[in-house]
Ligand binder design. Structure first.
Ligand code: GUN
Length: 295
């Protein structure tokens, strides 16, 4: 039996429709939501991600500003740029696209962003609030996965969720969100990583398996409990001579074989990716509406 496909593109489109209505309301009150995306260097994937974010902003009527800086920008110059964006009243959200060049301390760059404008949800203040289960900006990819599970009817409460990967963009925050006591969490969460001795031992016990390790086709059908929900966060570019560009993007899951064992599965592309963008837009809307109160 083949798994049902969790359509991230369709669910993200629903969210965007909801956001658009709220943006129009804000605009009728004289507020145009504004997002600044800072891109350092010429990493092609980063340029592609930022372009997709900008396009989504344009679709929804969010003012967006893409600021491209050369890879040799000094840390001090980048921090001055962040300071100037923090001061601007027409910019409600700031994102500094990761990865940054090695000479820039990414953690310090994130700290420099005002928590009120940290629509990526990476600032330690937002991360701390998230772990405490308080209102804050949730990081877009973990929030998108939580929303994808919720809206596709795969509620995590009481389930065993196994996450592959403990990175700060996905695995670590996602573990907190899904374990927290709230309607969209309340799961039993296991995090597997490079120090885990027998990863299949854990994945075979997962009611919901989330792969975020960045290894093409890593999760194979023998690692899955029959009927499990499989969420694929991977975006790996692999060589494919049959493809017009000579390459194509695949996930961390061996989709063709795993879909024969799983109960539900996200495709790549068209699964988690569109949800990440929808959640960034949600955060930008929240920032423009000053919905999160820190004081
Ligand atoms: N690089 C990969 N994903 C992200 C993201 O969600 N935000 C930022 N700023 N950089 C990224």
């Amino acid at each position: 039996m083949s798994a049902s496909i969790i359509d991230g593109k369709k669910i993200a489109a629903e969210i965007k429709t909801e956001i658009k209505i709220q943006i129009e309301q804000l605009k009728s009150n004289g507020v145009v939501p504004g997002l600044a995306a800072v891109l350092v260097g010429d990493n092609p994937a980063s340029h592609q991600y930022v372009n997709m974010k900008e396009k989504a902003c344009q679709e929804l009527g969010i003012y967006s500003e893409k600021i491209i800086k050369p890879a040799n920008i000094s840390q001090a110059e980048l921090f001055e740029l962040i300071d100037s964006l923090n001061r601007r009243s027409d910019i409600h959200g700031i994102l500094v696209q990761s990865p940054l060049p090695a000479h820039i301390d990414e953690g310090k760059a994130i700290l420099r962003i005002s928590p009120e404008k940290d629509v990526d949800g990476f600032h330690p203040i937002n991360q701390g609030l998230m772990i405490a289960g308080k209102p804050c900006y949730l990081p877009a990819t973990p929030a998108g996965i939580v929303e994808l599970l919720w809206r596709s009817g795969h509620k995590p409460s009481g389930k065993h969720v196994v996450i592959l990967g403990r990175g700060y963009l996905v695995g670590k925050p996602l573990a907190a969100l899904l374990a927290n006591k709230w309607e969209k969490g309340n799961a039993t969460v296991t995090v597997c990583h490079t120090g885990t001795l027998d990863i299949p031992y854990y994945t075979k016990q997962a009611d919901i398996l989330i792969a975020a390790i960045g290894k093409a086709g890593y999760v194979t059908s023998d690692m899955i409990k029959p009927g499990a929900v499989v969420i694929d966060v991977g975006t790996n570019s692999i060589a494919d001579p049959t493809h017009p560009k000579g390459r194509r993007v695949v996930g961390d899951v061996d989709f063709e074989n795993v879909k024969e064992v799983a109960g539900a599965i996200t495709p790549v592309p068209g699964g988690v990716g569109p949800m990440t963008i929808a959640m960034l837009l949600t955060n930008t809307l929240k920032a423009a509406g000053k919905e999160i109160v820190y004081a």
